[in-house]
Design a protein around this ligand. Structure first.
Ligand SMILES: C[S@@+](CC[C@H](N)C(=O)[O-])C[C@H]1O[C@@H](n2cnc3c(N)ncnc32)[C@H](O)[C@@H]1O
Length: 265
């Protein structure tokens, strides 16, 4: 019986995987990977058998059972199995089902953490997720429920929404209903960690305008204190209390040359 290593691939470029994750890949005989993984990661395990088990959303829920079964079978046939997941395996990665399937089959496993998209977006936009005094709590939320309905809340000083890229107009409405003021800063980052990452600044009331910019790209939406540019973060109360859309360009943020940044839409 083999052992399964759940490895976080990070959000983009292969060099965002951890050293421990890369070492696990180097020993892997078989790798079950998701669609978001950078193909360059294959160079870290050139001799392994790579199996694409990528899926998107909840519509392919039945596929999870097949993945569970494939994992169990791989661990019966190989000593060293890697289950490579985008970002961090523990964040919106269906890890619990796969852990349960392995436990039920009596198969040993280990989880190697990775850089989740929210952290990559914070790094890309140079917006720290916590702020002294104004940003004491951060929530990672999925905007999509199991039934495919969109839901948003106000549960922390800053809220990072995953899986909302296709429904930014609806997210804006839900945020207003959840008592976020219309002028609250929102930072939208798509393909964070990739050379073509895209960053744009908005307000809760005008978030719908981000839809075209980020269409078809994996996107995270940061709302609240952590969405402020660092210079604005020194006066968060004023920024967050604003109710009218702010069309002034943000200051103090310099993006890497390869990144595209759209300011204050
Ligand atoms: C199924 S979740 C997986 C999250 C992953 N486990 C993680 O820790 O980042 C997929 C969602 O993560 C977000 N995401 C993944 N990669 C991203 C990236 N490079 N840039 C922005 N958002 C990303 C998007 O919201 C996407 O819809």
């Amino acid at each position: 019986m083999g052992k399964v290593y759940f490895v976080g691939a990070g959000p983009g470029s292969a060099d965002l995987i951890t050293v421990r994750g890369a070492k696990a890949l180097a020993q892997a005989e078989v790798v079950l990977f998701d669609a978001l993984a950078d193909p360059a990661l294959r160079d870290l395990a050139p001799l392994a058998c790579w199996l694409d088990v990528g899926k998107r959303g909840f519509v392919h829920a039945h596929k999870q059972d097949s993945i569970n079964a494939m994992l169990v079978r791989a661990a019966h046939e190989h000593e060293f199995v890697v289950r490579l997941k985008g970002g961090d395996p523990s964040i919106f990665g269906r890890l619990e089902e796969e852990l349960e399937a392995l436990a039920a089959a009596g198969i040993d496993c280990e989880v190697v953490p990775g850089v989740t998209a929210a952290l990559a977006a914070a790094a890309a936009s140079k917006r720290p997720l916590t702020r002294r005094g104004s940003g004491r709590s951060v929530a990672f939320s999925t905007a999509m429920t199991h039934s495919g309905e969109l839901r948003a809340a106000r549960s922390a000083d800053s809220e990072v929404f995953y899986m909302a890229g296709r429904q930014l107009a609806a997210l804006s409405r839900q945020l207003l209903q959840a008592s976020w003021p219309a002028g609250t800063p929102v930072c939208v980052v798509s393909r964070a960690g990739w050379p073509d990452q895209l960053i744009s600044d908005h307000r809760v009331g005008t978030l719908a305008l981000a839809a075209v910019l980020h269409a078809g790209r994996p996107t995270v939406v940061t709302v609240g204190a952590a969405a402020c540019g660092v210079s604005a973060a020194t006066a968060p109360a004023r920024t967050i209390a604003a109710t009218a859309p702010d069309t002034r360009p943000s200051r103090g943020t310099v993006m890497p040359p390869a990144s595209k940044r759209i300011e204050s839409i």
